[in-house]
Design a binder for this molecule. Structure first.
Ligand SMILES: [Fe+2]
Length: 235
């Protein structure tokens, strides 16, 4: 088990996500177990311009995200794990040396769907009053949360993810990072609320090596506070 994953004992995906984009959760499969399908984006591919260009979205969603689902569906038939939801598949393959490829592709499929929903053309700015109070309680201020998110983004060595999450034991908001495909939903103690993809493919076409510029622009202009609030409501 990785150090990161050990810290996360997370939850299953919240129902709020289903509300924000109808296609992306793998609610259940029928007896014939059709393939897991790439969900639709919750906005048009050019909707995040100029913070994230349609070119980046095209490659990121159309190549990377689609690729994880394609790999997953190629690996599933021989795995004996068909019929599980995507979330269940992540949990069933986490920390299994014989399931690494399945875990990586299932977790990346899930993480990216969560990422798209964490962004909104109407995002950024300030959260609602109730969420703002919780942010103040956990971090001191919205600006301190911003600093924490950006510090975690910079500190993630190589590819990974930076999550705003709810720690279930303390019922406090936290910021955590995971490497590569690691995801909070592999565990049970942390509820993910929003995520920033800090893999190079998320920003290199628009920002080249300037990850900090990407992360700060995303936080300021695109972070979907409504999604965070909805996830908190159902946490
Ligand atoms: Fe990505």
């Amino acid at each position: 088990m990785s150090t990161n994953r050990r810290r996360f004992l997370s939850t299953s995906i919240s129902a709020a996500i289903v509300g924000s984009t109808t296609a992306w959760t793998s609610a259940s499969w029928g007896a014939d177990a059709p393939p897991l399908a790439l969900p639709k984006l919750p906005w048009e591919a050019n909707a995040l311009d100029p913070i994230i260009s349609s070119n980046t979205v095209g490659f990121h969603y159309g190549k990377h995200h689609r690729g994880y689902f394609d790999n997953l569906n190629r690996l599933l038939p021989a795995s004996g794990l068909t019929g599980l939801s995507l979330e269940a598949l992540v949990k069933a393959t986490a920390d299994r040396a014989d399931r690494v490829a399945l875990f990586n592709n299932a977790a990346q499929a899930w993480n990216h769907s969560f990422y798209w929903n964490s962004l909104s053309p109407q995002g950024g700015g300030k959260p609602g009053a109730e969420l703002g109070t919780r942010i103040d309680a956990a971090f001191g201020s919205l600006d301190e949360l911003r600093k924490t998110v950006l510090a975690n983004s910079a500190a993630q060595f190589g590819s990974g993810w930076v999550w705003l999450a709810l720690d279930k034991a303390s019922n406090k908001l936290i910021v955590v990072k995971t490497g590569n495909a690691d995801t909070p939903i592999a565990g049970e103690s942390v509820v993910p609320l929003a995520v920033i993809d800090v893999w190079e493919h998320a920003y290199y076409l628009d920002y080249q090596n300037r990850r900090a510029d990407y992360a700060s622009a995303l936080f300021d202009k695109l972070l979907n506070w409504r999604f965070v609030e909805a996830n908190l409501t159902t946490a």
